[in-house]
Design a protein around this ligand. Structure first.
Ligand code: 5GP
Length: 180
């Protein structure tokens, strides 16, 4: 479909980044092309609608940083708001923080603990790439601690060999949507 074609046409595959042995899927040229961006946003937004087309989420959570670019567009398409799930140290206090392990070292994600009512809110998580699943898993944990309900995770690309889906067993089957 349109998102798949756009990603196939515009993605740059960079061997050896960010470290030897990794082939990085760089979606920068996808986002920089108007038609490709629209196709990708539409593909991601479909995960926020039920079979009859009704919107099934209250808020789009975009993951730092490429998820921000996408999440805002998805939220506009669905007619809901967006929340930036940020890397540690960017938000004013108070925050909720979730630490997680990377292949080498660790990282942390944060969301505001005040000023936005997350209790009972149905969330669509948006990011560009699902790799090991560590980032999405941390975001799910964080949003659940805030009382939100993670309905679906919508990504442009899944790097299936890295096993992200297996790591996200806390989500119901069908919760992970891949556009391309
Ligand atoms: P994970 O936590 O699933 O291992 O990694 C996912 C995070 O790292 C996402 O936020 C994603 O943006 C980034 N990431 C990992 N591998 C790639 C890749 O090949 N291409 C891009 N664009 N992002 C990646």
């Amino acid at each position: 479909d349109a998102a798949r074609a756009a990603v196939a046409a515009h993605t740059r595959h960079v061997a050896g980044f960010p470290e030897p042995g990794v082939v990085f899927a760089d979606l920068t040229p996808v986002f920089a092309d108007g038609a490709a961006l629209a196709a990708v946003i539409d593909g991601l937004a479909a995960a926020g609608r039920g079979p009859e087309g009704a919107v099934t989420v209250d808020l789009v959570a975009g993951l730092d940083a490429r998820g921000f670019l996408l999440g805002s567009g998805v939220a506009l398409r669905l007619g809901v708001g967006t929340l930036a799930v940020r890397k540690a140290g960017k938000l004013p206090p108070p925050v909720l923080r979730e630490d997680y392990q990377l292949e080498y070292g660790s990282a942390a994600l944060e969301i505001p603990a005040e000023g936005i009512a997350l209790e009972g809110k149905r969330i669509l998580i948006v990011d560009d790439v699902l790799a090991t699943g560590g980032t999405v898993s941390a975001a799910v944990g964080l949003l659940r601690r805030a009382g939100a309900i993670v309905e679906r995770v919508s990504v442009v690309l899944e790097l299936g060999a890295l096993g992200g889906r297996a790591r996200l067993q806390e989500l119901p089957g069908g919760a992970i949507a891949v556009s391309a």
